[in-house]
Ligand binder design. Sequence first.
Ligand SMILES: Cc1cc2nc3c(=O)[nH]c(=O)nc-3n(C[C@H](O)[C@H](O)[C@H](O)COP(=O)(O)OP(=O)(O)OC[C@H]3O[C@@H](n4cnc5c(N)ncnc54)[C@H](O)[C@@H]3O)c2cc1C
Length: 418
Amino acid sequence: MAQQDTIAVIGAGIIGSAVALALAREGRRVLLYDRAEPGVAGASYGNVSHIAAELVQPLPSPALLFGFWRELMRFGGPLDMPPRQALRMLPWIRRFAVAAFRREAHTRALAPLVQPAAAAWERWLAGIGRGELLRRHGHYEIGFGVRSGDVMRRQAANMKPLGIRTATVPAEQMLALQHAAGAPIANGLWFQDSAHLTDPLAAVQAFAGAAREHGAQLIRAEVRALLASSGALAVITESGSQPVSSAIVCAGMDAPALLRPFGVHAPLQAVRGYHVDLPGQSAFIDAPLLYTNHHLLVTPLAGRLRASSYMEFADSDAPADANKPALLRRKLRALGYRCEPDGPSWVGARPILPDYLPGIGRVPGAHRLFYAVGHQHIGLTMAPVTGDLMADLVAERPTRLPVAAFDLRRFGRIATND
Ligand SMILES: Cc1cc2nc3c(=O)[nH]c(=O)nc-3n(C[C@H](O)[C@H](O)[C@H](O)COP(=O)(O)OP(=O)(O)OC[C@H]3O[C@@H](n4cnc5c(N)ncnc54)[C@H](O)[C@@H]3O)c2cc1C
């Protein structure tokens, strides 16, 4: 295969598969590498399928900073950062704290990628004839107890200046939820512009499959390294070296190792979440439900409900904590879901840069090396928009949205020998 025309995309999660499709449908010759089948090996497999068009603000904020440590003390709460882990993460935490005071500027950078997410998904899925995967029913935030009305009013007021539309959920629509949870008082807020997919893995497979129909080649291999010489690149796998004209690193939590030899610092932290699936159950409402008191999200997927929670700061390959899915199941039963005390669960790592902005850009130098990494809690949400932006970068045309804020040079450079 001629080196000149070939673009390697490393990682076939939702980001890499979207990038591969965006490039292949422009007639580019794409090699999509993954150590596993598309979507099965990373965060894209088990996310909770919410197109979170409302999450336009990066998480670090002064308010969170000052409430952060209190959250840590809550036994069984959603946030888990053991002291030893916090010590190891000090440089990351320091950058997180700095980012908290730049939230407004960071929101201005991030919001244009997030707010149009449901429309972008609709366009992309219609383009490949898979529109049935998307439900544009919004999502609901549900609170129980006497303070829930105030909580919802505050949340609606916070959303308004960000351009996020919300509406109060009518009392009669809340009744089934209240009844199931045995809660005398409940309030809800409907976010009408968010959405969900009926199967996040099917979405990755749909993008990767469509890329293949446009001529992309899916290669099942572990990429050991990317090598550069005289402005050209080579992808190194067990079977040898493949010369390519460009490469795009979309390798989720494994991206830093591939980028480091080029002096690129991608300080990704794994923030792990757990899911449990409830097969054969129908939803109270056909949309994701965020239970604010319980810190969990329940999304209707094809043939099942999926519930997810937790922010566990740990190595991405650390053993799963069996207590967390067990507690998740107890909470689901308390909310009125039919949920066995035991059953299969999944843990996966959200790839998070300390300022909660993604890394989207090109590595400086003669070679054509790009990256699309660090899509935090909303990689599914941002995948089509990221695909469009990467196609612009590779084509060296002006990007349709500004990407300067996502350049990984914001974290400095790692010294290399060259
Ligand atoms: C519990 C949980 C719930 C979530 N819920 C949502 C949600 O509701 N909405 C939302 O928008 N987002 C959600 N997310 C976040 C979302 O899942 C991620 O942001 C997104 O999946 C990241 O996609 P990715 O393609 O960058 O990484 P991944 O999905 O991790 O894919 C990376 C791929 O690269 C491959 N790879 C890595 N290194 C190599 C190598 N050297 N050689 C070959 N292959 C390699 C891996 O095998 C993997 O397939 C959630 C995440 C979690 C954990």
